[in-house]
Design a protein around this ligand. Structure first.
Ligand SMILES: [Fe+2]
Length: 476
């Protein structure tokens, strides 16, 4: 009998120990998904790949991409490059498709040099005062005469900003130009939840991985993304791979290729730099920040964010989204704590203004946080652990576009309590806003079918959550 009791106690004790160990891991899930960790065979697609092909015809416009061109969504910036001569800088546009009434707007053309590289003629044309929720067709030409090579595309303007306007944003970060990048873009395009515009979270071409940052790889990247970016706005965020500083060839102006190739409507939101700005689009207010520009107290970026957050009208645009390249919360071992200075400065505002979600890239992996904040610490009180906070954003790292640096597989252990789900796989995200209270987020890994969600979450809007029955104290 005594032996039986002793064994029972031993088993009970072991059970309690196991329960305790399990308790350490209650924080979240580290996916057991297996993937090829051999990065030695990851390289960019070769220059003669079909996705990089130059459109036929002399001086044909190439690398066509569009982005929002104003604060409200009635403007579009259309950008393209003509390789041999400036050609025409006029955009002809019309709606509906068979309309005989066509409008024309002229843009600007810029060029730049980078070491021995000279860019093509980079055109940017801002069209304004478009009708909301309308499909427009547009045409650009490589020359002025009737025999000039022309190309036609189309885009759809967003609905007028309003609290219950459904809208779907795609999310891609750290894309690059490998076969994995191509998989990611294909999966985004074939996702049955159709993205209407794409939030790009920084690190575009990875041209800076080539000797002297061979800018021809900026051109291949421009041709690669055209199949999506010519037809729907890509909303740009800068990453570290856009800095492109190469002092030994005299290139010391940061962001030179990026700022010549990708125009954004920063002045419309009162920003003084294209590296941070905001737009309203449908039911969302999107604030884009730069992790690689001065962001300390009193800097132009800090002053602008300070002024922008109180302007957000959650009755018009309930969904407050922040984009930045370097994550403020990441439990991956790669780039660990690089976003800490930004977090210390900006997290109190994100909680105060009830930001719904912060998307970041940089870490080549996927991770979703719980709603936590870590803003109580005041040097002496020791309160330096993230705690659950219903006013805090969800932080999503989605730097898993598939570039040539490979996946960030190594993670900190154990998984911290703020981390809800993490997985080192390439993929993209989709934020499907339903109305002022609900939005569905899905993360899609490239290995799965187009419709499969590897991770998902229903967002309840932080500003409007008290109006949702039973969700007044929701922390999700
Ligand atoms: Fe990065």
């Amino acid at each position: 009998m005594g032996l039986k009791i002793g064994l029972s106690c031993l088993i009970l004790g072991l059970g309690l120990i196991i329960l305790n160990l399990t308790g350490l891991c209650e924080a979240g899930e580290t996916s057991s998904y297996t993937r090829n960790s051999n990065v030695s065979d990851i390289c960019d697609m070769p220059l003669d790949s079909d996705v990089f092909s130059v459109p036929p015809g002399y001086n044909a416009p190439q690398q066509v991409h569009i982005t929002q061109g104003d604060y409200e969504g009635r403007g579009v910036i259309i950008s393209w490059i003509t390789p041999h001569e400036p050609g025409s800088n006029t955009v002809t546009y019309w709606a509906p498709e068979n309309s005989n009434v066509k409008s024309h707007t002229d843009g600007v053309v810029v060029t730049y040099t980078f070491g021995n590289y000279t860019s093509g003629h980079i055109h940017h044309c801002t069209i304004k005062n478009l009708e909301y929720d309308t499909k427009y067709y547009y045409e650009i030409a490589g020359g002025l005469g009737d025999d000039a090579t022309t190309r036609q595309f189309w885009f759809v303007t967003p609905p007028k900003p309003g609290p219950d306007v459904p809208y779907t944003f795609g999310l891609i970060g750290d894309l690059g130009q490998t076969h994995d990048s191509n998989n990611t873009l294909t999966h985004y395009q074939f996702n049955p939840v159709k993205g209407q515009s794409l939030l790009f979270i920084g690190d575009l071409s990875y041209a800076d991985r080539y000797p002297d940052h061979d800018n021809n790889r900026w051109d291949t990247w421009g041709r690669f993304i055209e199949r999506s970016a010519a037809y729907q706005p890509w909303i740009w965020t800068v990453g570290n791979h856009e800095i492109d500083s190469v002092p030994h060839i005299g290139e010391t102006v940061p962001f030179k290729p990026y700022t010549h190739r990708f125009f954004v409507p920063f002045e419309a939101s009162g920003s003084t730099s294209p590296l941070w700005y905001s737009i309203k689009r449908a039911s969302a207010h999107i604030i884009v920040m730069s992790s690689y520009s001065a962001f300390g107290v009193y800097t132009p970026q800090w002053k602008w964010v300070e002024g922008e957050l109180p302007k957000v009208n959650r009755s018009e645009t309930p969904w407050l989204i922040v984009l930045m390249h370097c994550p403020m919360y990441s439990s991956n071992a790669h780039h660990y704590m690089e976003g800490e200075a930004m977090r210390v400065l900006y997290e109190p505002w994100f909680v105060e203004y009830k930001v719904d979600v912060v998307f970041a890239g940089h870490v080549h992996s996927y991770e979703r946080s719980e709603r936590v904040s870590n803003i109580a610490y005041n040097i002496v009180n020791g309160l330096c652990t993230p705690v659950k906070d219903g006013s805090a954003p969800v932080y999503i790292t989605i730097g898993d576009g598939g570039n040539s640096e490979g996946l960030a597989i190594e993670m900190t252990e154990p998984q911290p309590s703020y981390s809800a789900y993490r997985e080192a796989s390439f993929g993209h995200g989709m934020l499907n806003i339903k109305n002022r209270t609900h939005a569905h987020f899905g993360w899609h890994r490239n290995q799965d079918g187009f419709a499969v969600e590897g991770d998902s979450l229903w967002f309840i809007n932080r500003y409007w959550k008290s109006s949702v029955k039973g969700a007044g104290r929701a922390t999700i």
